[in-house]
Ligand binder design. Sequence first.
Ligand code: S3P
Length: 163
Amino acid sequence: MNTKIIYLVGYMGAGKTTVGERLANLLGETVYDTDKMIIEKEGCSIQDIFSRYGEEHFRHLETEILKETSMLKGVITTGGGMVLKEENRELMKSSGTVIFLECNPMVIFSRIKGDAERPLLQNKNEIEFSSLYEKRKPYYEKSAHIIIDTSNSSIDEVVSEIE
Ligand code: S3P
């Protein structure tokens, strides 16, 4: 398994960013976040990209950024939809170790509902949010070398399990 890069994949709100930051710290590595890199490169927020140019354009930017990160070394945290394209799944799997942070969408929803920074969360109730997760779950599973169930674990427990 290629451990030059550790990719964290999973649904929005699953804790990828927090786990990624702590993990990178622990391993003495750098953390890169694909959403943050897109925001920096485009000079506007994710919700602005969605509302001005649409989701498809965002997905294109996401793949371009992923190609850049695949040449780096460190921990890479990805947006919740990164696994949707086969091209992205293959690139991650061949250039690093992919860890899926599995979660309970009901628990996540109560924590992140109302977050205006996540366009795909807008106008969704708990059932719709959970059903999007169920649709995506096979893609998270397909993309991953390792699956970690985070539902009953603290961030520290998840980080030490990965370590
Ligand atoms: C998305 C998740 C977001 C962000 C964008 C789309 C998704 O990232 O990439 O809003 O399709 O699930 P987080 O997983 O960090 O919320």
